[in-house]
Design a protein around this ligand. Structure first.
Ligand code: SB7
Ligand code: NI
Length: 195
């Protein structure tokens, strides 16, 4: 399994390089890497495993973050309404179009490869169209698709595709955004009896 030791940090040259296109059909190694990356995300979102292995929770991971400079990423995230879970294992993803309108996460972004607290927000496209191969870890099938994403999940995918292009969110920080609507998250009801 992957742990925080496997994740390279800001300052490592791999994080600034454009990752290489993955050759198809996928090699055994590349399939294994995609599965390991998804396993890390799942472990990091599991409270017990997260504590046991001192993982930082993440909703996505790009291969360059584990020092593999290839165009692969995984995402596992709920939308901002907490209604739909988006699970993607992408190979050679590309944003082929995007909205003119922008959005951002008001509380800012974070990154498993950035250990410091940073101030500011990251302007992102409100909607994106992504062309990619999608890997199914159960059947090991790889399918080329074009998907449209918006809102929070769209931001996560933009953050991961940035990693593939050698860009960290800290390079995109601005102090504030005028005339741009932030993502509206549905407030999660915290039941006091559960605390
Ligand atoms: C907030 C968190 C992420 C993306 C966008 C907003 C993912 C954080 C984990 N990663 O470092 C993945 O690259
Ligand atoms: Ni990141």
């Amino acid at each position: 399994m992957l742990t925080m030791k496997d994740i390279i940090r800001e300052g490592h040259p791999t994080l600034t390089q454009k990752a290489k296109e993955v050759k198809l059909p996928l090699s055994k190694k590349d399939k294994q890497t995609l599965k390991l990356m998804m396993e890390f995300i799942e472990n990091s979102l599991d409270q017990e495993l997260c504590e046991k292995y001192e993982l930082r929770p993440g909703v996505g991971l790009a291969a360059p973050q584990i020092n593999i400079s290839k165009q692969m990423l995984v995402v596992k995230a709920m939308d901002e309404l907490n209604e739909v879970e988006h699970v993607y294992l992408m190979v050679n993803p590309k944003i082929i179009s995007h909205s003119v309108s922008k959005t951002y996460i008001a509380s800012g972004e974070g990154c498993l490869s950035v250990d410091r607290e940073v101030e500011g927000v990251v302007p992102r496209h409100k909607k994106i169209t992504v062309r990619s191969y999608f890997f199914d870890p159960d059947t090991e099938e790889l399918t080329k698709k074009i998907i449209k994403l918006k809102g929070y999940v769209g931001i996560v995918v933009q953050h991961e595709i940035d990693h593939i292009n050698g860009i960290l969110f800290v390079e995109r920080l601005v102090d504030e955004l005028h005339d741009v609507e932030p993502i509206k998250f549905k407030e999660l009801n915290i039941n006091e009896s559960e605390i």
